[in-house]
Design a protein around this ligand. Structure first.
Ligand code: AP5
Length: 214
């Protein structure tokens, strides 16, 4: 099964993608996580990506597409994957289609997690990420057992650099201009499905599972 998670920054794509990956036993591929790991490890790619990410801008398509095409070659992708944060522009979607068509495959579903802009800034200000394993929490909606410490690895929790309110507003603008057109793109292919992302995380998950099937 090949699934694309769509939605505004902070809509809950990553939260749902992790839960779906566990349920369907397919990898969760997040371009944002890949870039953050590269930044943490001090790679050249990480340094380039950080220049854009800190401003709330998209990393140039050519850096993203090669990276993701390479990731698809890994063994764990043979039964499918959940894409979170890719594609994010029409050229990225076209590159993905071209690569899949070349091997006789296609995307099964694009799931749009719908959350209005006014909820987003509030969500982002409460998000905390683990420096150790990258797990995501929310101080109100998904708190850790011990304040400031990851439930999984006991790592410290931080606020992501791009979660400052002014950067979040930029990311929302970029989303509306460059990523939202993908909703029409995938509607045209008959694979677009929408879920309400404003309700409890488990209810969002149940709606997606109802679409994908057991
Ligand atoms: P990326 O990491 O992909 O960020 P994003 O799309 O902006 O998405 P987020 O990770 O911010 O949010 P999310 O929807 O996953 O929400 P989450 O589940 O964490 O990308 C970062 C940057 O990398 C981009 O800005 C760009 O620069 C670059 N980049 C990445 N991919 C790229 C590409 N393909 N092309 C070019 N550049 C690229 O949830 C948010 C919070 O809400 C959490 O605290 C969570 O606990 C909480 N929450 C989740 N669901 C609920 C719920 N139902 N109710 C209440 N709270 C909830």
């Amino acid at each position: 099964m090949k699934i694309i998670m769509l939605g505004a920054p902070g809509a809950g794509k990553g939260t749902q993608a992790k839960m779906l990956a566990a349920k369907y036993d397919i990898p969760h591929i997040s371009t944002g996580d890949i870039f953050r790991a590269n930044i943490k490890n001090g790679t050249e790619l990480g340094a380039k990506a950080k220049e854009y990410m800190d401003k709330g801008l998209l990393v140039p398509d050519e850096l993203v597409v090669d990276l993701i095409m390479d990731r698809f070659k890994a063994d764990d992708c043979k039964n499918g994957y959940i894409l979170d944060g890719f594609p994010r522009t029409i050229p990225q979607a076209e590159a993905l289609d071209k690569a899949l068509t070349a091997v006789g495959e296609s995307i099964d579903y694009a799931i749009n997690v719908e959350v209005p802009d006014e909820n987003i800034v509030n969500r982002m200000s409460g998000r905390r990420a683990c420096v150790g394993c990258g797990a995501t929490y929310h101080i109100k909606y998904s708190p850790t057992k011990v304040e400031g410490k990851c439930d999984t690895c006991n790592g410290d929790l931080i606020i992501r650099d791009d979660d400052k309110p002014e950067t979040v507003l930029n990311r929302l603008n970029v989303y509306h201009e460059q990523t939202q057109p993908l909703i029409d793109y995938y509607s045209g292919k008959g694979v677009m499905r929408e879920v309400d992302g404003t309700v409890d995380m488990q209810l969002v998950f149940d709606s997606i599972v109802a679409i994908l099937g057991e």
